[in-house]
Design a protein around this ligand. Sequence first.
Ligand code: CA
Length: 221
Amino acid sequence: MRILLVEDDAMIGAAMQAALKDASYAVDWVKHGQAALAALAAQHYDMLLLDLGLPGKDGMEVLRTVRNQRNAIPVLIITARDGVEDRIRGLDGGADDYVLKPFSMPELLARMRAVQRRKGGVAEPVLTSAGLTLDPATHEATAMGQEPVQLSNREFALLHALMVRPGAILSRSDLEDRVYGWGEEVESNAIEFLIHALRKKLGSSAIKNVRGAGWMVAKQP
Ligand code: CA
């Protein structure tokens, strides 16, 4: 999953970016509202983490612009603890949830998973399709009849991208977009390498190769 982080505080932003990467998200970080809108216009993101107090175009204006453009991207706003008015305006302005500063990263990650489930119309926390299960909270995957296996961050990011839409074919560049953020070196065979590793852990039929198009996991029969 690729996340756009909008945060003007250098220390908080750097800490969040590092923690999100550790949690296997591809993260692009911008520090003001105009840059956020430019990034959203140029790139697909799965979620927007939006600080409300930004220099120039503030977070509320960014949110308003995003929703006016009929962009349904999940938005989690980040606000000060005393900013109850801001939280109300944010939620009424189309945000999906909020966290209060200072927050714990485990709480932020749990809220992100919850927002993602609600937006995806899936109530169950564990993704399943065609004999595979994937737990976004633990990064454990299970192939039918086998013990759960722990996935690396990038293995998880890749399998998650496929399992949120079983039956959909994702190309190499679709997958690179979801696994790697800006400035991350992507080796030309990196995606094949990850798929090879996942098949080794989960069986060769876990991920299907669609010749010339990309990869998919099968839809639940
Ligand atoms: Ca701020």
